[in-house]
Design a protein. Structure first.
Length: 251
């Protein structure tokens, strides 16, 4: 690739190809400042026709929710593009993707040579504008919507264990209207708020199953379900395996 490396507080998205597969190469820091770049770039990629890959080898996870923002962005892209594969070597990010149960749904690769057996080749580089110097620039309407989705994601991550959490609560916490926030979910996430919240809960449920010995009933309560049976039904529908089955497979 011929794109210069991003500064630690920037994020760029460049383009490459591995034969017939389009590759989005992310470089720089993922945090709340750069989330609009991430969300906009992946939202546009969701509409393409070529098989798609994400190269996350040069991504840095910022302290401002970087891991949660990227995990959820990857999951949303896969929900809209089931052909996506992810270049992500062993490390904190790969562990987070695996613990969220995404490795069961998305192919995770260590080496770009594994992309259809072909190395990356430069494509006409398209670089998304990034936040410079750690300060939010004046945001366009699309960028503002990306910021709202990122802020809403972090609220859901923080409050997913509250069984009463609703769209109005999240909208109020990030100082926007429920109508505007629902539009953001529809346009940028491709699904309604309730489905996004369920996905966040299922990711945390999977993480607790593989990293703790807590009973399923306790995990259900921790991720916002009052009844273990309700959680188990939702979990099987989302992950394609029962909670106990996932725990056995991980053990």
């Amino acid at each position: 690739m011929t794109v210069a490396m991003a500064a630690p507080d920037q994020l760029t998205i460049a383009h490459a190809r591995a034969r017939d597969r389009r590759v989005l190469v992310l470089r720089g820091t993922i945090d709340l400042d750069t989330a609009p770049v991430l969300i906009a770039g992946l939202s546009r990629a969701a509409g393409g026709r070529d098989p798609l890959a994400l190269d996350l080898r040069d991504v840095h996870l910022g302290e401002e929710g970087g891991t949660a923002l990227l995990v959820n962005a990857v999951r949303r892209l896969h929900d809209r593009r089931h052909d996506v594969v992810v270049l992500c070597p062993p490390g904190a990010l790969r562990t987070a993707l695996e613990h969220a149960g995404l490795a069961r749904r998305i192919e995770l690769l260590d080496d770009p040579a594994a992309l259809d057996g072909h190395p990356l080749e430069p494509d006409p580089a398209t670089v998304e504008p990034a936040v410079v110097g750690g300060h939010r620039q004046r945001l366009s309407t699309p960028a503002r919507r990306g910021t709202l989705l990122a802020e809403a994601t972090l609220v859901m991550e923080a409050r997913h264990g509250d069984p009463t959490l609703c769209l109005d609560d999240v909208a109020r916490e990030i100082a926007t209207s429920s109508r505007q926030l629902q539009r953001v979910f529809s346009e940028l996430a491709g699904r309604a708020f309730r489905d996004e919240l369920a996905a966040v809960r299922m990711q945390h449920g999977a993480e607790l199953l593989v990293t703790t010995d807590l009973p399923v009933a306790d995990i259900a309560r921790r991720v916002g379900y009052r009844q273990a049976a309700q959680f188990a039904k939702a979990f099987r529908r989302y992950h394609g395996v029962s909670p106990s089955g996932l725990r056995r497979a991980a053990g």
